[in-house]
Ligand binder design. Structure first.
Ligand SMILES: Cc1cc2nc3c(=O)[nH]c(=O)nc-3n(C[C@H](O)[C@H](O)[C@H](O)COP(=O)(O)O)c2cc1C
Length: 358
């Protein structure tokens, strides 16, 4: 029904408005609608369960940052059977992001280009939205700096977000890879990263908190830079890595050059970056030797693509663009498919498949 009816209708709207409309509609998923949706979309199997970061994950498939930026539909996602949610990106103060239009579908590539520029209502508003959040699944927050904050002062912005939200969420993701907000991705440079991650870790200690800290990186980093980042991550002792954010790459697209040019700058996500992000995960897993948990994200739209990232070294996976093209049944489809793939390969649980290709 999604592909033949709902998606064509949603795609009549501009991409950002379609997304807003979908999130708005989730508030009507109550009573019998909720019951029916749960019956349709739920899938549980203990072979998919894992303990990571000292937390229980019912399955490995979660929602990527940006999909429920404002934490508006937190009670709806468990209905779809998601294993975890990452809300945000959030910055200390509210900011508008870039002018519209700023999200574009590349239908031929099953991909999206966005240049939202970390639009959000600020950390206080997100704090309020998280009050009364569901406790049945881990919820993380993606934190970043305001666009007007220089990289020299970025630290204070990240610390503000950690201070305000560490009691409201289960893990914190340090976003140093947004390609659409001023210079955020430069924070991946070794010196900035070391100072930033060390300061966050020190603050966590001062707060008496044990909240896992993860860092989210981009897919366009060279292997040398990746190695430098892993050195920093090992040195500081960070709990996890999310790979990857959107890409600035535009090669091998089916969409015409004219259309790509007319869209302009932005981060590419979806099928066009599946391989790119898997390569980064593989390299990260090799460099970290399984000592740091990896969450794999980028161009997952079926069980095989999720499984590929898991076999490449990811303990968990996340989706955004796949949900836009495949619809709400995708989480169940992937989880069910993962069970078939585990059985095919003779694994007794998902944990056994992590890094199997290394
Ligand atoms: C419209 C849009 C908004 C996004 N916003 C954020 C964000 O605020 N913070 C972040 O770290 N990643 C953000 N992302 C990146 C996704 O979390 C994800 O890393 C990326 O899209 C690759 O996954 P996908 O191919 O499944 O979409 C956004 C992606 C899209 C498409």
């Amino acid at each position: 029904m999604y592909k033949f009816l709902i998606r064509p209708l949603l795609f009549l709207l501009p991409a950002e408005e379609a997304h807003e409309f979908t999130l708005f509609m989730t508030r009507f998923c109550k009573g019998p609608f909720k019951w029916i949706s749960e019956k349709l979309f739920h899938f549980e199997d203990e072979r998919l369960e894992q303990e990571i970061f000292g937390m229980h994950f019912k399955n490995p498939v979660g929602l990527a940052a940006g999909l429920d930026k404002y934490a508006r539909a937190l009670h709806f996602w468990p209905v779809l059977g998601v294993g975890h949610i990452e809300v945000g990106g959030v910055t200390p103060k509210a900011q508008n992001g870039n002018p519209k239009p700023r999200v574009f579908r590349l239908k031929k590539d099953r991909s999206i280009i966005n240049r939202f520029g970390l639009n959000n209502d600020g950390v206080d508003a997100l704090y309020k939205s998280l009050i009364g959040r569901p406790k049945s699944l881990p919820i993380g927050v993606n934190i970043s700096k305001n666009e007007w904050t220089s990289n020299e002062k970025a630290l204070e912005d990240y610390l503000t977000c950690l201070d305000r939200l560490h009691n409201s969420v289960d893990f914190v993701v340090v976003n140093v890879s947004c390609p659409n907000s001023t210079n955020v991705d430069q924070l991946q440079e070794k010196n900035y990263l070391l100072e930033l991650l060390q300061a966050l870790k020190n603050r966590r200690k001062e707060l008496g908190s044990k909240i896992p800290l993860l860092v989210k990186i981009g897919p366009d980093v060279e292997n040398d830079q990746l190695k430098g980042m892993v050195d920093v991550i090992n040195q500081v002792g960070i709990d996890g890595i999310i790979a990857s954010n959107t890409s600035s790459n535009r090669t091998d697209l089916q969409t015409s050059k004219e259309k790509i040019q007319s869209i302009g700058c932005g981060g590419l996500s979806g099928q066009a970056i599946t391989e790119l992000s898997s390569n980064v995960i593989r390299e990260l897993a090799r460099l970290t030797q399984g000592k740091v948990a990896i969450i794999g994200v980028g161009g997952i739209a079926n069980a095989e693509q999720a499984y590929e990232k898991i076999r490449a070294g990811a303990s968990l996976v996340q989706l955004y663009t796949g949900m836009v093209y495949e619809g709400p049944g995708l989480i169940k489809k992937i989880n069910k498919g993962l069970i078939e793939l585990l059985e095919r390969d003779g694994f007794e649980s998902i944990s056994q498949a992590i890094g199997a290709d290394l």
